[in-house]
Design a protein around this ligand. Sequence first.
Ligand code: ZN
Ligand code: ZN
Ligand code: FE
Length: 763
Amino acid sequence: MKPGRRIELRGTVQGVGFRPWVYRLARANGIGGRVRNHCSGVTIEAFALEEALDTFVERLRDSAPEAAHILELRSSSIPFESVDDFVIEPSEDLGQRAFSIPPDLALCPDCESELLDPKDRRYRYPFINCTSCGPRYTIATDIPYDRAATTMADFVMCPSCQAEYDQVLDRRFHAQPNACPSCGPTVELLTLEETGPSRTGDPIADAASRLTEGLIVAVKGLGGFHLACDATDSAAVTRLRERKHRDEKPFAVMVRDLRAARELARLSGEEESLLSSAARPIVLVRRQPEAGIADVVAPNSELIGLFLAYSPLHLLLLDELKKPLVMTSANLASEPICASNDEAEARLKGIADALLVHDRDIASRCDDSVARVIAGAPMVLRRSRGYVPRPIKLARAVEQPILSCGAQLKNSFCLVDGDLAYFGPHIGELDSLQTLRFFEEAVEHMQKILGIRPELLAYDLHPAYLSSQYALAQSGPSHIGVQHHHAHIVSVMAEHALEGPVIGLAYDGTGHGLDGTSWGGELLLAEHGHFTRLATFRSLSLPGGNAAMREVWRTALSLVDDAFDGQAPLDSLPLFRGLDQSDVRVVQQMLERGLNAPRARGVGRYFDAMAAIALNRPRASYEGQLAVAWNRVADPREVGAYPFDLDRAVEPIEIDLRPLVRAAVQDLLTGLPPGRVSARFHRTLVDASASLVRLIAEQVGKLPVVLSGGVFQNAWLAEGLLAALSDSFELFLPREVPPGDGGLALGQAIVANQCAKEGQRCA
Ligand code: ZN
Ligand code: ZN
Ligand code: FE
């Protein structure tokens, strides 16, 4: 007898052209049956010979449309029915249950060829889209995800668009943002002051000609506005830096396509597929030395953030311009990205010379995502546009819906319900009323579109974090505080379905420790519900506390003072010679007396301090700037390393880097180039961490090793530890979840869930 199969799929399988794809696949394999949407996914009933069914299921698993994301595929036998045809059945009433709204999707190849085809009715129409591409999360206003619940609701489809929308086998069947020049949104160039009125009647060509002249144009994208300027024009980029009050932080560069990207950077195959994935993140890649990009785009950096045009508007603009564009989020520090036209007009005055706007509203702000390839696979460094709100599937369901509120820097929150974890968009520095409001709006909106009402709130133990204060101010749900580095490790455990115990290395700049001091170089024996801190880095005084984050020379002074026991050769080091000597004496006194010099253990501080000394850079203009600079100068040909100590007499065990500091200073004094000192520094950190892991494993066994914390965005450390340890340990890196504080919220939720379940406090 012939068999039947019921196949149930969960994940992002709606709103992405999934059913027409299933239909074509079934037809191609001679399968009879049906497919339908329902509240939690897609169900297929298929009838054919065993072999054909096997192939069909295999194809379903392996060849789904790029925008789709299958989290679970279950197949079971059902009685055979004799049906010849394969049909798409009308959807069940989806009611108020949320089904997953897909992330925003980059322009697909089919739409791109229509966009550039003079005979197509959407020729050069900047809002072309289909079920495989276009905005999703950023236009959704409510559930169920339907045109009426998007910012396209007010655009009434013309008969041609409506026909596409209604036709099951059309590429635009139920494509919610479907539109064309006669019924959809339009683009407009608003010019400010001196730049004068439109010249050609084509706003995109006008915008391009202004960019060519070196002007700054704000461009409305999917999740907010960008500020754009010609990336090959130093004067324009410098002006953008001045107007945005941004000294040295690298700008991302958008190019038309992979071919243009290859001209600017040396790309691996993995980097090319990450760049051209439907999420289109900014990808950190190695720049070509003679790339023609202005140096001020990413000063003193081997790496550059590149991304490909992802909306049709970007593509048309880059086609006109024929040059790479700096594209940076349109906001000043401490403000969320601009999303509405009014907001842009008000806030970007004096920054942009012209605004390329349109009348399709953005319902949710969503910054660009950032990723890079580490150890041959993608690591998401900032999870936002293109990823949000696609869930991460957990091995085990949580006991109750949870909202975890993240940290202070690079804030991002997470909503967890059942076995699915949804990260919210990148909020950024949660340090002002405006960003707090953005956080609250985004939490509210995500709860609404996902239909999740949290009963438990998880937050960081740092009492000054606005995210923690927000959590504690909510009445109703219960609250659980989670230690920062524990959350870092559990985020990665959750991503890789590890129950623990694991040996977790959490390296970052700072995080609130259980003893109230700043931690940041921690080795934890970790499970979901608790952890033991087995090792840490020798603490370093930060004279002036937080001031030392930017006045990095203070940390540097503290570092050499400790390493040389008060006898550091300050007079021989240009960094200290160049400073006001009375400032140096004040800090020396702080160190001697231990006044206003809190002790901290962040690995990031060692990077900062060494960079300040070796590169003679006393100050940073943003957190982590010098640490990144120190990484970027490292000379890959260098094979040496420095000594270090592991102090086993204290508990927890301490990594003592004073021997490293002494040897590095000696090297600098004898004129070894900073790039080689940096490479030796990196190799020493790898050696020290690997030795520590082996030592700890003698006590606790060869457990899986988890790496987390912002320091592991550094490919040298992550790849170095993989090479050093993977012969005897299983190592896990963050991949889908950012290693830095942007990934903290997942761990917070899982820890809080376990603590609530065991009826214990986490800290
Ligand atoms: Zn498309
Ligand atoms: Zn139309
Ligand atoms: Fe952290």
